[in-house]
Ligand binder design. Structure first.
Ligand code: ADP
Length: 687
């Protein structure tokens, strides 16, 4: 009996044909001996086509392990099952779930292999799709930057149905008036699963902590959002989205975008999918932006600085053009093309200015200030603009310089002009310009400089007083010589026989001496050419306050505390303002130097004014330095008396000259309490 007949006789071929599974028998060389009907249907070959063909070759059996291996295994163990990839007669690939078993003859010798097989191609495809989608879903659930919650909503469903049954019609309204009910519903909503993002956002690293009710995550203020999501679900909406606040397991609240989706198939199962996106970072950034925008606006508007927002994109284009031309030094380029400055001004366009700019530049409306900035620059004062260009070209983020600008009515305004344009801003063609009005400052500085030069001049004149002694000595000498020579000449002339030769000699000497004297005199006049001092009726206190202005810087630098005790209603004095100021400055500088020399820690100067009697006012300058040695008190006002290494000993004599020339007096003493020096000046009141 043939092997195939043996199988058929085992089961009966008609029976085998009734079976839905493919069954075929192959000999040990793989040649097909029997092929049932289901095999024919599955692979497309009829039994007559296939008998005697090598099964694996024909069906191109494939398996991750080689077919030879599988064959060896089945011979060894008698069985094998697994999945094979095969190709049908039509060329389609199929996946076969196959089971092989050894057939033996009656002597127990293997004669062939029976294979039963099932086409599982379709099942496999579905499985793959399923795993893929499951995988995708898992991935989505896990990996998305959103927090996902799978919630069991069943009990809430029951509660809502109960409410409807009890006659509630407007669920939303009912929730508003019964927030405690919403909280109960939260307690009844159970967390089935959450993704990792949720653990990060809401938990402390342990997912299980979150798998209770959702109630702890909903702050009171958000209760109605939860309520509305229930209303949305009940109204068969597909989803509900709302910005709200949720809180994490530790109670920290944060802003979120809450989304709940209600696909019908989930709703039937009582499952609710919720997505939560953390908005706190966004909101913070937004708030910060809003604030900075607000702050900027506030600054822009409220500050006492004229602010200009310029559109500098035209300038950017000009710069870009220059760079393509290879210009690296804008300054050198402007030297060659001075017209560049005006062209650059013309393309810097004011697009916004603040209130202060309007008042400062005399505009009634903002629109008057907008447009190219050229007209606000004063011709001949383009340097600051030029240098700001050069700084910008070098990529510097800001620039500051004093300059002059022009108001709409043509007034020139001294300003501190500054440009702010960090690279990102400049790249966008945005530049912020500020102009601080410093006209008053400049005016007072000019006045101060004037006063200083006056003071220097006064110092020179008063110095003359002291120099007079030595000058007089010099002038005296030629004068004496002239007198002597003149007398001698007269004597020679008065002789009975006048000696003209002698007289000529003497006269020549006299002329030379007279010339020397004249020279000395003209030298003195040259020094004093500034004119004579001007006396005015002034309040002493004003002169003191003005003098203090000169000292401010020095007092600060030396850390000296100055107190002014100025008597009110003092009668005016008739003085040269500058000279008296110089006395006060001299005395104060001396005081500072004395305290510095003695390394006094707590340095103080006190200037007092008082009315002594109806005709005299008093000015006292006191310090808390080492005071004046008794032996020096008498010599203090002598010319050239000094105890300082680099002193000239001219300060106090000058002071005395000035004061005396005003009909006053000056005296030095020591304060018995502080032991510091005290200089007392008296001056007659104006007549
Ligand atoms: P100089 O300051 O060049 O020395 P001054 O004529 O102004 O010339 O002062 C003469 C001297 O008087 C000083 O060298 C100093 O010894 C003394 N003197 C002046 N003012 C004070 C003072 N406030 N405290 C102590 N000594 C002083």
């Amino acid at each position: 009996m043939s092997d195939s007949m043996m199988i058929e006789s085992d089961l009966g071929s008609d029976v085998l044909d009734l079976i839905h599974e493919s069954i075929f028998l192959r000999d040990l060389d793989g040649r097909i001996l029997y092929w049932n009907k289901a095999s024919q249907e599955l692979y497309g070959w009829s039994s007559t086509d296939i008998i005697g063909r090598v099964a694996h070759e024909l069906l191109t059996s494939e398996h991750p392990d080689s077919i030879v291996c599988l064959e060896a295994r089945v011979r060894e163990t008698g069985r094998w099952d697994g999945e094979l990839k095969r190709t049908t007669a039509s060329g389609t690939q199929v996946i076969i779930e196959a089971r092989w078993s050894i057939r033996r003859n009656c002597q127990g010798i293997p004669i062939g292999i029976v294979e039963t097989g099932r086409d599982i191609t379709a099942r496999k495809a579905t499985e793959r799709v399923l795993t893929e989608s499951e995988h995708r879903y898992r991935n989505l659930f896990q990996a998305m930057a959103a927090s996902f919650w799978e919630l069991d909503f069943t009990l809430v469903g029951v509660m809502v149905r109960g409410l409807f049954a009890s006659g509630v019609q407007d669920l939303g309204q009912h929730f508003i008036s019964h927030p405690e009910l919403v909280r109960e519903m939260m307690l009844a909503t159970h967390v089935l699963d959450v993704n990792e993002q949720t653990v990060t956002l809401f938990g402390r690293g342990n997912k299980d902590e979150l798998l209770g009710s959702v109630e702890p995550f909903w702050p009171e203020s958000s209760t109605q959002v939860f309520a509305q999501s229930i209303v949305a679900a009940v109204s068969r909406k597909l989803n509900y989205v709302m910005e709200t606040k949720l809180r994490n397991i530790d109670g920290r609240e944060f802003d979120v975008l809450f989304t709940a989706s209600f696909p019908p198939e989930n709703m039937q199962k009582g499952i609710l999918m919720v997505g939560v996106i953390d908005l706190s970072a966004r909101n913070q950034a937004f708030a910060a932006m809003e604030q900075s925008e607000f702050r900027y606006r506030n600054l822009f508007e409220v500050m006492a600085v004229s602010f200009w927002q310029l559109d500098s994109s035209g300038l950017n284009r000009m710069f870009a053009e220059l760079r393509t031309q290879g210009v690296s030094d804008l300054s050198a380029h402007i030297d060659e093309h001075p017209e560049f400055i005006r062209q650059a001004m013309d393309v810097c366009v004011a697009i916004d200015v603040n209130e202060r700019t309007l008042t400062m530049y005399g505009a009634t409306e903002r629109s008057q200030m907008l447009g190219p900035i050229t007209r606000f620059w004063v011709q001949g004062h383009y340097e600051a603009f030029r240098r700001s260009m050069e700084a910008a070209y070098r990529g510097e983020p800001g620039y500051l310089e004093e300059t002059k600008t022009r108001a709409l009515d043509g007034r020139e305004i001294d300003v501190l002009f500054f440009v702010t344009a960090p690279p990102q801003m400049r790249a966008k063609g945005m530049v912020l310009v500020g102009n601080i009005d410093i006209s008053e400052l400049v005016a007072s500085r000019v006045a101060l400089e004037g006063m200083q030069s006056n003071l220097i001049h006064a110092a020179r004149i008063t110095m003359l007083g002291e120099l007079t002694a030595s000058i007089a000595h010099e002038v005296n000498q030629p004068l004496a010589a002239i007198t002597t020579n003149g007398e001698a000449g007269l004597r020679w002339l008065n002789r009975p026989e006048p000696d003209v030769g002698e007289v000529r000699d003497l006269t020549v000497r006299m002329v030379a001496d007279a010339r020397r004297a004249a020279d000395i005199i003209s030298r003195i006049r040259g020094m004093a050419c500034h004119g004579t001092s001007e006396r005015l009726s002034l309040p002493l206190n004003n002169v003191v306050k003005e003098a203090v202005q000169f000292l401010r810087h020095e007092l600060q630098a030396q850390n000296v505390e100055l107190s002014l005790i100025l008597a009110q209603h003092l009668p005016r004095i008739c003085v040269d303002r500058t000279l008296l100021q110089q006395v006060i400055v001299n005395l104060s500088i001396n005081a500072m130097q004395a305290m510095e020399q003695a390394q006094v820690v707590d340095r103080r100067i006190c200037i007092t004014t008082a009315s002594l009697d109806a005709t005299t006012v008093e000015l006292v300058v006191e310090d808390n330095g080492p005071g004046i040695a008794k032996a020096d008190l008498d010599r203090l006002f002598d010319s050239f008396f000094t105890t300082k290494k680099t002193g000239m000993g001219m300060g106090l004599p000058i002071c005395r000259t000035v004061i005396q020339s005003h009909g006053g007096s000056i005296q030095a003493s020591n304060n018995t309490q502080t032991r510091g020096a005290r200089f007392t000046v008296t001056l007659p009141v104006a007549g």
